[in-house]
Design a protein around this ligand. Structure first.
Ligand code: ARG
Length: 467
């Protein structure tokens, strides 16, 4: 077996189980592209600063590029005893180009190298996730535009509250996701810091140029303190926390889709391509996809808690505990990307049962507030109007009818201020369209929200294309 790259100080080989236990290669091999990118930038800097010769730099660069191609084409053989992707690549380089390959690690430690790699990798992933969020936001906006007439009951406490536009409901998720987008941008900002040059913990004796490395790799700034550089994983916590909230939002929407697709409500029908059957009950069409997204939110929250627990009370600077940051991060990224993509497909393919929604919106006295507002507009203190309509509702429950089934005479029994126009005020459509306050559910107000959303989409599109 090959000796370790750090074997100088050791008299014995590593225990086999310890190799397995300590190796991060099975999961951090996904960092290969960013590791090589970082190494090439480092080697260019070493040459520019005359720490190695230009000739040596070219040899190392070519060797690294070849290794990159070998990994891409699955020709590269990974050996678990190499500990991690950084050592695997360095060993392969030395095997390929000889002892000069050993110069790559001048003025560098794996401690600063690993955070550089994760930062480079996460920056790419954050942008990709941003794209998926924006895609979902666009889908929500299109759905809203296409369904401006659709009314459904709005709920509080899962009880019928007031009728709302379906588009209003969709736009609520648009703005939720916009906060998620903002959080991702914030997390990007904290990830966009170049940490290479911190060495193992204290910096280096070599005359390096960190700004040059940052520039080559597209980082907007350089970390200020080497101890902080190698121990900081806050940016990963930021990401896991932003990811957790995205999953909270998706899980809420999924819960609603599951309830809406129940035979009791039938507000929507999920497409066959986004549902599954039962192995026993032939009639079943189950919302498993929505349930799984709802369920997967739990593992993402778990990764956030896991990393916080790993970081708590860690002494400075680098400790191997920090290697535990990766599996949770990678799993979160995979889970989040799949969830966002599948959710968007599920949403765009579902059938909206407009009639069912409207019928439900008319049940449960959803226009009771309108009857109270009517009296309040005519000068009755709202508290009293509320009391009067409450009594009307009880009366209707006893009779088994809706408020709008009452005659004008019935209305007048509760208040003489009621007139013929109350019926128009109480219609579900008017109940919605009179809620014209900024941010309200009327068509006018939702159209305003859509206009705002269009500007937001433009802004975020620009951010996504920025380097
Ligand atoms: N695989 C390690 C990690 O993921 C890389 C750094 C290891 N450094 C060390 N001195 N053992 O954190």
């Amino acid at each position: 077996m090959n000796p370790k790259l750090w074997s100088g100080r050791f008299k014995k080989n590593t225990n086999k189980l310890v190799d397995e236990f300590t190796s991060s290669l099975p999961f951090d091999s996904r960092l290969y592209k960013h590791d090589i990118e970082g190494s090439i930038a480092h080697v260019k800097m070493l040459s520019k600063c005359k720490i190695i010769s230009p000739d040596e730099a070219v040899k190392i660069e070519d060797g690294l590029s070849e290794i990159y191609r070998e990994i891409e084409s699955s020709k590269f053989i990974f050996n678990i005893a190499d500990e991690d992707i950084h050592m695997a690549i360095e060993r392969a380089l030395i095997d390929k180009i000889g002892p000069v390959g050993g110069k790559l690690h001048t003025a560098r430690s794996r401690n600063d190298q690993v955070t550089l790699d994760v930062r480079l990798y996460l920056k790419d992933e954050v942008k990709f996730i941003g794209k998926l969020i924006l895609g979902l936001q666009c889908e929500l906006m299109e759905l809203a535009k296409d369904n401006m007439e659709v009314i459904l009951p709005g709920y509080t406490h899962l009880q019928h509250a007031q009728p709302i536009l379906f588009s209003h409901y969709l736009m609520a998720y648009f703005f939720m996701l916009e906060r998620d987008f903002e959080r991702l941008k914030d997390c990007y900002k904290r990830t966009d810091i170049m940490t290479l040059g911190a060495g193992a913990l204290a910096g280096t004796t070599f005359p390096i140029d960190r700004e040059y490395v940052a520039k080559q790799l597209g980082f907007s700034r350089v970390s200020e303190n080497s101890l902080d550089s190698v121990s900081d994983r806050d940016f990963i916590v930021d990401f896991l926390s932003a990811a957790s909230l995205i999953m909270v939002h998706l899980s809420k929407f999924c819960e609603e889709l599951i309830i809406w697709s129940s035979s009791e409500l039938n507000f929507i029908e999920l497409d066959d391509a986004f549902t599954t059957g039962s192995s026993m009950m032939p009639q079943k069409k189950n919302p498993d996809v929505a349930e799984l997204i709802r369920g997967k939110s739990g593992r993402v929250f778990g990764h956030l808690m896991g990393l916080l627990a790993t970081l708590k009370a860690l002494p400075m600077a680098y400790n191997r505990d920090l290697q535990e940051d990766k599996e949770g991060l990678f799993d979160t990224i995979d889970t989040l990307k799949l969830s966002l993509e599948i959710f968007t497909g599920m949403l765009s393919s579902m059938k909206i049962e407009e009639k069912k929604m409207k019928e439900a919106a008319e049940e449960g006295f959803t226009n009771a507030t309108d009857a109270a507002d009517y009296l309040a507009t005519k000068g009755i203190p709202f508290r009293e109007a509320h009391e009067i309509v409450g009594k009307m509702v009880v009366n209707c429950i006893d009779k088994g009818c809706r408020l709008s089934d009452l005659s004008l005479d019935d209305f007048k029994k509760f208040s003489l201020l009621y007139d013929e126009d109350i019926f128009e005020v109480m219609s579900i459509k008017n109940s919605v369209n009179r809620k014209n306050s900024f941010g309200g559910t009327s068509t006018k107000s939702v159209n305003k929200q859509i206009t705002i959303a269009e500007k937001i989409i433009e802004k975020e599109q620009t951010w996504l294309t920025l380097e």
